[in-house]
Design a protein around this ligand. Structure first.
Ligand code: G1P
Length: 302
């Protein structure tokens, strides 16, 4: 069967879905009453990095799929009149600017409650009405990506504009970690952009078709929603986005894209701490203050 490259009226991505309903149990007790997406890397919550990445790629509608105890996310992106007033009175102009610039004024936020935690695929399906019949992006805030020069989603949006086909960000992972990711088999693993042949959720290393893992950035065509409606439970007993993408592969060409930049797995403590250290080193005012600690780290490593 020849696969179609679907062409939509517009190849501009204006809507992004942020599944943020997960419980974040790996970070307990920190996440007992704070959403894991609100954990800060230096001075910004993880979700803000993802939102900034989406906005930089041209997105103007943010769709958050939330769950219980996630009010802090909506509060973070809402206007904080009292705080702004206090900062104004105290002439804290720089801090006022930081608070006001969390989200640009042309960007809208939509919050949809995922009533049951049935998996990533189910979370994405909750966005169906809000997205409508348009291609859209999905960003998993756990995967913090420092694009080298250009944010990851902006790189992917260019691939989408060029090909009109769905785009999934991928990177090589250690062979013994394939059971933590969606894993793809591609047409030409040496290319930065190539075509996906198969995709499977969290295969054991001995069953994995490759070591090329899906990271949390997707640009998908709206056909995925129809497929998600009939996707049954998969790995871990959850409705998996990966399984619906596998069905989509039977109909449409899907690109795997090796983004330029560094991904930090902020769903793990080590990845989260690494992100904090490396992002802190990008703040000139913190570098000097961190020198003593980094000497200690280097000293204990040698
Ligand atoms: C999800 C996806 C998986 C993907 C990963 C990227 O898994 O199901 O395919 O590789 O995100 O971070 P999760 O980390 O939510 O278990």
């Amino acid at each position: 069967m020849t696969k179609k490259t679907i062409t939509h009226n517009s190849r501009k991505i204006t809507k992004a879905v942020f599944p943020v309903a997960g419980l974040g149990t790996r970070f307990l007790p920190a996440t007992k009453s704070i959403p894991k997406e609100m954990l800060p890397v230096v001075d910004k919550p993880l979700i803000q990095y993802a939102v900034e990445e989406a906005v930089a790629a041209g997105v103007d509608t943010l769709i958050f799929i939330t769950g219980r105890n996630k009010e802090a996310i909506a509060n973070h992106f809402d206007k904080a009149y009292e705080l702004e007033h206090e900062l104004e009175l105290k002439n804290k102009e720089e801090r006022l600017r930081v608070v006001r610039e969390i989200i640009p004024s042309h960007v809208d936020c939509i919050y949809i409650r995922q009533s049951e935690a049935l998996g990533l695929g189910h979370a994405v399906l909750c966005a169906k009405k809000a997205v409508g019949n348009e291609p859209f992006a999905i960003l998993l805030a756990d995967d913090l990506i420092d694009g080298s020069g250009e944010p990851c989603l902006a790189q992917m949006a260019k691939v989408f504009e060029h090909t009109g086909g769905s785009v999934i960000a991928v990177e090589e992972v250690e062979h013994d970690k394939t059971d933590q990711y969606g894993i793809v088999q591609v047409e030409n693993a040496a290319d930065q952009r190539t075509t996906i042949q198969t995709i499977v959720e969290k295969p054991k290393p001995e069953e994995a078709p490759s070591d090329l893992a899906v990271v949390g950035r997707y640009i998908l065509t709206p056909r995925i929603f129809d497929l998600l409606e009939t996707t049954g439970k998969g790995a871990g007993g959850e409705i998996q986005l990966t399984d619906a993408i596998s069905d989509l592969l039977g109909e449409q060409q899907i690109n795997a894209y090796k983004f330029s930049g560094t991904r930090y797995d902020c769903g793990s403590k080590a990845g989260f701490l690494k992100a904090n250290i490396e992002f802190a080193l990008q703040h000139p005012d913190l570098v000097a203050q961190l020198e003593e600690s980094s000497q200690k780290i280097c000293g204990s490593a040698s």
